[in-house]
Design a protein around this ligand. Structure first.
Ligand code: 13P
Length: 274
């Protein structure tokens, strides 16, 4: 049960009109805190790390810890590579046993994004892993580089889903990674229009700073995976800064990651697979 396919989790969320929280992790403390949150709330969770974060915690070490934590968890856990851009990195994650990978071709022309997404799907299928892709431009990159948000077109999104058969699609609806400078204005109509014609699970990136009300509207419109990174890294950093010694720091970091995950899971909706 514990190490799970991401598509199975999103399907279960769909049946219950909920979303699965996907939390970025970069340390043992973040992994343990996030898994503990899911266990205490008795709900599935997705542990993820973005390719751009791997210089701080290499995949062969961090990924092994994520997978081991998932295998020992008392709740279903999917292990996901977030914002994979290099195919060798995506292949390494698949070979390690990640149950899901993202190919982020959002900076590529549509045709090229679809073509490479299809290649990644072909790579992932023998491992039984799920594939997430991205369309439109989500403001600011996961690595913190500024870029203007551009909403995805409904027509392109439907074509993308039909022609790639991807398992989950991150659709840009005015959302952005990092800290929002003003209140985010999300275009729920894009999600609704896609969902009227295609039931593929949609993904919301840039979860930090989005209101509970907006999270709920995204879920009503077919979002089944919600990514949280900045809130977790920020809370863990604050917790570490205020510690008295190493072990106190480690405990505080784990607790901070746990609280961030719990707060969001409370909004996304906890559920049991059984
Ligand atoms: P935030 O950093 O805004 O929470 O976004 C997380 C994310 O989308 C990771 O892919």
């Amino acid at each position: 049960m514990p190490l799970c396919n991401m598509t199975d989790l999103m399907r279960a969320a769909e049946e219950r009109s909920k979303a699965v929280g996907a939390f970025s992790v970069s340390s043992l403390e973040m992994i343990r805190g996030t898994v503990r949150a899911a266990e205490e709330m008795n709900t599935p969770v997705i542990l993820q790390v973005a390719q751009v974060r791997l210089p701080h915690a290499p995949l062969y070490l961090l990924g092994s810890a994520m997978l081991t934590a998932a295998r020992h968890a008392r709740v279903p856990v999917a292990v996901h590579l977030d914002h994979g851009v290099a195919l060798p990195c995506i292949r390494e994650a698949l070979e390690m046993g990640f149950t899901s990978v993202m190919f982020d071709g959002s900076s590529l022309p549509l045709e090229e994004n679809m073509q490479t997404t299809r290649r990644v799907i072909a790579m992932a299928r023998p491992y039984g892993a799920s594939v997430e892709a991205e369309i439109g431009v989500i403001g600011k990159t996961e690595g913190g580089q500024e870029r203007a948000a551009v909403c995805a077109s409904v027509e392109d999104s439907l074509r993308f889903l039909k022609e790639t058969g991807v398992d989950a699609l991150a659709v840009a609806i005015g959302n952005a990674h990092g800290v929002y400078t003003g209140a985010p204005k999300l275009h729920f109509d894009i999600l609704a229009a896609i969902r009227r014609q295609d039931r593929t699970p949609l993904v919301l990136h840039g979860g930090t700073g989005i209101s509970d009300e907006d999270f709920r509207r995204c879920i009503e419109n077919g979002v089944r995976k919600i990514n949280i990174a900045t809130a977790a890294y920020g809370a863990v950093y604050e917790a570490a800064r205020n510690a008295s010694d190493y072990f106190h720091m480690s405990d505080r970091m784990e607790e901070a990651a746990c609280q961030v995950a719990k707060r969001h899971i409370g909004v996304f909706g906890a559920f049991s697979l059984s």
